[in-house]
Design a protein around this ligand. Structure first.
Ligand SMILES: Cc1cc2nc3c(=O)[nH]c(=O)nc-3n(C[C@H](O)[C@H](O)[C@H](O)COP(=O)(O)OP(=O)(O)OC[C@H]3O[C@@H](n4cnc5c(N)ncnc54)[C@H](O)[C@@H]3O)c2cc1C
Length: 351
């Protein structure tokens, strides 16, 4: 079966066409409704990468990427809320122990939706969330700067770092509870609809059997670094959506670039990591981001003044693109992207 023919790709297209795209500007202003999440749950897309033995689809990476492109291109806020779920599923699929048996099935089948709170680990050795062994379980203290899907998620996978430099990832219910307080939903230039909050942790205690991952920071960071150098499928999805309404003379050259960058990025992501490939992948991530910026800017320019209306698609895509420039950013990717921006702006030769 080709990626195009996979049932989940057909379902993603249907959801995008019938529900997500027609309501995207409204959702952008009013927030992702529960009914969107219900539709995603029913579609089976929450189990795209989950093991078949737990009720998931165990679909190839190409299917996961294509469905992400389709959802993000239709409604980036809904895509972003549901994309959080895939890290908890992948973490449980690689884990052992009782939490896997308790949660992997319900998450794979979409009966429960999970969020994640772990991007703050990337600022190590700074530890915004500290974890301490206490009463046979783990105590979490500190601040999670970003947590998406508050009020929509059932559970969250929360991560922190121990004094000994180990990461601990554990599940808890995604609601106010002793030791866990959420801020008001943030008002942002984009993705306000994703119900993103910050979390204050003040002695949140979780039992040992809630732990899905516990290993030295460096061991975890090796896998995480490989993830953050890749271009997100959402970037390609937004680019495609921005090109769709443009006239052919404008869209065609950009579409050719899209195909080239996407083809190379996905091919490299499927190969084992080497330091040379790491650099190539990061370079493609940046090229993909710059192409997205160009495509979404072209959408605004082509639409003229009308583009600025909050009911217009071009402005929404341009703001969603801004968000994708920083999503999953690390110190390394930020530095490399800034270098490219400076080099592109510099004069080509002596004046
Ligand atoms: C709307 C929105 C929703 C989000 N939702 C979630 C979510 O649900 N779950 C989640 O886990 N994340 C979420 N994020 C986090 C997102 O992936 C991060 O924005 C991204 O990783 C960039 O990090 P930052 O801006 O928080 O960190 P910054 O503080 O700007 O840091 C960026 C990078 O620089 C490095 N760095 C910064 N300070 C230091 C330091 N003092 N020492 C060493 N290194 C440092 C780190 O590598 C860090 O990753 C969300 C972000 C946004 C904007």
């Amino acid at each position: 079966m080709t990626t195009k023919d996979h049932p989940l790709v057909a379902r993603a297209h249907r959801l995008a066409r019938d529900l997500l795209a027609p309501l995207a500007e409204r959702v952008d202003q009013e927030g992702v409704p529960r009914s969107h999440i219900e539709a995603i749950r029913r579609s089976g897309l929450l189990g795209v990468g989950a093991p078949a033995s737990y009720g998931g689809w165990a679909a190839p990476a190409a299917v996961a990427r294509r469905t992400a492109e389709i959802l993000a291109g239709a409604c980036c806020s809904t895509w972003f809320v549901q994309t959080q779920h895939h890290t908890p599923v992948a973490t449980l699929a690689r884990s052992e122990g009782s939490v896997r048996e308790r949660l992997l099935g319900p998450l794979a089948r979409g009966e429960l939706l999970s969020g994640v709170a772990y991007a703050h680990l990337r600022s190590y050795p700074r530890t915004p969330v500290r974890v301490t062994c206490e009463r046979g379980g783990w105590r979490f203290d500190g601040t999670v700067p970003w947590y998406t899907g508050w009020g929509l998620n059932d559970v969250m996978l929360l991560a922190g770092v121990t004094e000994g430099g180990e990461v601990v990832f554990a599940f808890t219910e995604a609601r106010e509870q002793p030791g866990l307080h959420a801020s008001e939903p943030m008002r942002l230039a984009a993705l306000t609809a994703s119900r993103t909050v910050s979390l204050e942790l003040d002695g949140l205690w979780l039992p040992q059997d809630a732990v899905a991952l516990h290993k030295p920071y460096e061991e975890w960071a090796v896998t995480d670094r490989a993830k953050t150098v890749d271009a997100s499928p959402a970037v390609f999805g937004i680019t495609e959506a921005a090109l769709a309404p443009l006239d052919e003379a404008t869209a065609q050259p950009l579409r050719t670039c899209l195909e080239e960058i996407r083809g190379k990025a996905y091919a490299l992501a499927d190969l084992p990591m080497t330091s040379e490939r790491m650099a190539q992948r990061l370079a493609l991530r940046i090229r993909a981001a710059e192409l997205m910026r160009t495509a979404t800017t072209a959408g605004v320019v082509a639409g003229g003044g009308r583009s600025l209306s909050l009911t217009g698609t071009a402005q929404r895509l341009a703001r969603e693109a801004l968000f994708l420039l920083v999503q999953g950013q690390t110190a390394q990717s930020r530095g490399a992207h800034l270098e490219v921006l400076v080099a592109d702006a510099a004069p080509a030769g002596p004046a």
